[in-house]
Design a protein around this ligand. Structure first.
Ligand code: IPM
Ligand code: MG
Length: 379
């Protein structure tokens, strides 16, 4: 194909975004391939160009460089506008020492290095997918849309001391839960800001009946809430929240949680919504202004080694993660909306990967690339 002067001029004027693509292990590369086809289509149709820098992370990086997060990968991320992450981990690396394992050795350092303190995990149950939810149909009828805002760089994940030591002739394990007021304030502000653009309801999660951390969390969230008089604030103990999310998922809007509780509840919320294969997630740092953040975008589902290599994984979560990246790190709101709509239309048209296939009339079971094809055709 020859390139006309017009083509080259157009190419020259395209705005460039640099993206570090870390596909990782398991189904990561398979679903990433579909997400990249989608953003490629966005780029051919608009005046933006995505410059992709593929780098190793996780198990595959251990195999090739002996580190789950090679320096080169970190440098690439530092020089990019956003990180598009697949998934890491698998049985092959499970017997390595904890800090060398793909999950702990790559994900946690990436979060900490880039100060990605705000983990936004939308849990959306499409009205046409309520059948895939394990919850009683009358409780999810019409679907729901809950946003989990999880604190990601503090709490018991990172508090010191953190060790296993000998004491009194036996081993003792210590993890420390620490939260500074400022850490609670900034994550609460993210939740309240998000709620202002949604249904103006925040449910804050703690264990204030047992933990000192819970008391400070609750007080600080109250203080932040006073700056958002329009937003309705509810506090729930984490154990009660685990129940209420199953009993009345449609009544939640934004769920604000410390690191560990958010980890647990976001998996529960993903399951209630139908499938982990549908859920995207974004981990954001401090605001860069104009509604933009540096961030890392990844599906919530993980590497799913049980189905890796078979080409049957659901690519929706990875594609929705790419959409979040366009929205929060690149400011390409219209393109992000277009991707979200294409996914919704594809689901409404009956396309289902195995994880969301229930045999319902009017639906058909498809593999990863067929799902990608369908989404591209609706874009
Ligand atoms: C998640 C994961 C990680 C976490 C693990 C893999 C370290 O469960 O992103 O939810 O606990 O944060
Ligand atoms: Mg988790």
């Amino acid at each position: 194909m020859s390139c006309t002067l017009f083509d080259s001029l157009q190419l020259m004027s395209k705005k460039e975004y640099k993206i570090s693509v870390l596909s990782g292990d398991g189904i990561g590369p398979e679903v990433m391939a579909e997400a990249l086809r989608v953003i490629d289509k966005i780029s051919t149709r608009s005046d933006v160009e995505f410059v992709l820098d593929h780098q190793l992370v996780g198990g595959i990086a251990i195999d090739e460089t002996s580190s789950p997060l090679p320096d080169e990968t970190l440098r690439s991320c530092e020089n990019s506008d956003a990180i598009l992450f697949g998934s890491v981990g698998g049985p092959k690396w499970e017997s390595l020492p904890p800090d060398s394992q793909p999950e702990r050795g790559a994900l946690l350092p990436l979060r900490k290095h880039f100060g990605l303190f705000a983990n936004l995990r939308p849990s959306i149950c499409f009205p046409s997918l309520t059948n895939a939810s394990p919850i009683r149909p009358d409780l999810v009828e019409g679907g729901f849309d809950v946003l989990c805002v999880r604190e990601l760089t503090g709490g018991i994940y990172f508090g010191e001391p953190k060790e296993i030591k000998e004491q009194g002739g036996e081993k003792v394990a210590i993890d420390t839960m620490v939260y500074k007021e400022s850490e609670i304030e900034r994550i609460a502000a993210v939740a309240f800001d998000a709620a202002m653009g949604r249904n103006k309801h925040v449910t804050s999660i703690d264990k204030a009946n047992v933990l000192r951390n819970g008391i400070l969390w609750r007080d600080t969230v109250e203080k932040v809430a006073s700056k958002y008089p329009e937003v309705n604030l509810e506090h729930l103990y984490v154990d009660n929240a685990a129940m209420q999310l199953i009993r009345r998922p449609r009544e939640f809007d934004v769920v604000l949680a410390p690191n560990l509780f958010g980890d647990i509840l976001s998996d529960e919320m993903a399951m209630i919504a139908g499938s982990l294969g549908m859920l995207a997630s974004s981990s954001l740092g401090e605001s860069l202004g104009d509604g933009l953040y540096f961030g890392m975008y990844e599906p919530s589902g993980g590497s799913a080694p049980d189905i890796a290599g078979q080409g049957i994984a659901n690519p929706c979560a990875q594609i929705l993660s790419a959409s979040l990246m366009l929205r929060y790190s690149l400011g390409l709101i219209e393109s992000a909306d277009a991707i979200d709509l294409a996914i919704r239309k594809t689901i409404d048209a009956g396309y289902r990967t195995g994880d969301i296939f229930t045999g319902e009339e009017g639906t058909q079971r498809v593999n990863t690339t067929q799902m990608g094809d369908a989404i591209l055709s609706h874009l």
